[in-house]
Design a protein around this ligand. Structure first.
Ligand SMILES: NC(=O)c1ccc[n+]([C@@H]2O[C@H](COP(=O)([O-])OP(=O)(O)OC[C@H]3O[C@@H](n4cnc5c(N)ncnc54)[C@H](O)[C@@H]3O)[C@@H](O)[C@H]2O)c1
Length: 353
């Protein structure tokens, strides 16, 4: 069993904690939060130690794995501190606010021979896996263009209740870095194309008490003339299912929320529906997010780490499914959207810094 610890006992943490509890490969030894009531109640619920200072926890407990579930601006410093102690890192998205900090995380984990995994749990959704597989096999022909539509609801009240969301300094942006990041990541994951440039607009239309963007539209141009056009906003009145459409030479693949459909030009149609048995039960009190696969990604990380412990200990980063290096490509797209939107110019990739 790998000894594990978690930093940040907020809203997303139960998905990690329940997953760790369900895994035979992991043992939770400690949790940390600067808010004592959260740290203490989480420790009582999961029967482990609690800390108020993450450095103190990592130095005293020396876990083999740490889960970072804190505000965006802390992911970089926490990942680097853990890596230097030889601790494998699993961080919630986004990797970091700045691209250069994300690069530093990757380099530091490599230098210290620990793995860095990014939580992009939607990559493990059944519809996503199926459509990616069909595109990789070539049954849909060449991908030509994709379209992403995100119309979600994040109220003033939602931002107002948080001591870090809604600020450039701590959240690093709004709808793009926090909500649309999953869908933008999925298009490049499914098509496996290299992004070349970004042109985007960002605006704040409705959240006047906060200065982050709440709408963005734009285009990401990839190799092979493949393009991704996106429209993402978070001032709708409810969270509509995410719409990702990929037009390929031999048909159209569509992901709507957790389900998928492929319409082939020759008239065939395949639907990828979410069945009861696909759903992971995190317990009644755990908030539901888009995608249900935190457990699946976390399980795959622990299994990779265990396998690697007994084989070749030099390749930790290559083994995990959503590695830091892989996450860097999506991080570039996110940062390029902001750079393009703020400076009203086309941004070429890879980003220089
Ligand atoms: N993968 C997903 O679908 C998904 C969904 C929601 C949130 N998230 C991500 O999870 C992360 C956390 O989001 P959240 O909604 O749980 O936020 P949250 O504000 O509910 O929780 C963050 C917690 O971190 C604690 N914290 C802050 N500074 C700390 C420090 N220095 N040391 C220890 N603890 C500290 C806070 O007290 C809080 O309890 C973010 O990166 C967010 O983007 C991912």
């Amino acid at each position: 069993m790998l000894k594990t610890a978690l930093i940040g006992c907020g809203r997303i943490s139960p998905l990690h904690l329940v997953s760790i509890k369900m895994l035979k490969e992991a043992e939770l030894i400690a949790v940390c939060d600067i808010k004592e009531d959260r740290a203490l109640s989480t420790a009582l619920q999961y029967n482990c130690k609690h800390y108020l200072d993450y450095k103190d926890m990592l130095l005293k407990e020396r876990p083999e794995v740490v889960h970072i579930c804190t505000p965006h601006y802390l992911h970089h410093e926490m990942a680097v501190f853990a890596a230097k102690l030889g601790i494998h890192v699993i961080t919630e998205k986004p990797m970091a606010i700045k691209y250069e900090d994300a690069v530093d995380m990757v380099n530091c984990c490599k230098e210290n021979n620990v793995s860095l995994s990014i939580m992009f749990q939607n990559r493990f959704n059944k519809a996503v896996r199926f459509i990616r597989n069909e595109i990789t096999k070539g049954s849909l022909g060449k991908p030509l263009a994709a379209r992403v539509i995100v119309t979600w609801s994040r109220s003033d009240d939602y931002y107002g209740k948080s001591d870090w969301k809604g600020t450039w300094e701590k959240e690093g942006g709004g709808v793009v870095i926090d909500q649309a990041i999953h869908s933008l990541d999925l298009v490049r994951y499914i098509t496996d194309k290299k992004p070349l440039s970004v042109q985007a607009n960002i605006f704040n239309r409705k959240h006047k008490k906060f200065d982050i963007e709440d709408i963005s539209e734009g285009i990401v141009e990839f190799e092979d003339n493949f393009t991704l056009s996106f429209y993402t906003m978070n001032y709708f009145t409810c969270d509509l299912p995410i719409d990702i459409t990929i037009h390929c030479e031999k048909g159209i693949a569509k992901i709507i929320g957790d389900e998928g459909v492929i319409d082939y030009i020759d008239g065939r149609k395949t639907s990828i529906l979410l069945q009861e048995e696909d759903k992971i039960d995190y317990g009644g009190n755990v908030k539901k997010y888009w995608g249900y696969c935190h457990y699946t990604e976390i399980e795959s990380i622990y299994q990779s780490l265990q396998k690697n412990n007994s084989n070749d200990p030099k390749k930790f980063n290559d083994l995990v499914e959503v590695s830091g290096e892989d996450g860097l490509i999506t991080q570039q797209i996110i940062n390029a959207i902001y750079e393009s939107g703020i400076n009203s110019k086309k941004v070429e990739l890879p980003l220089g810094y």
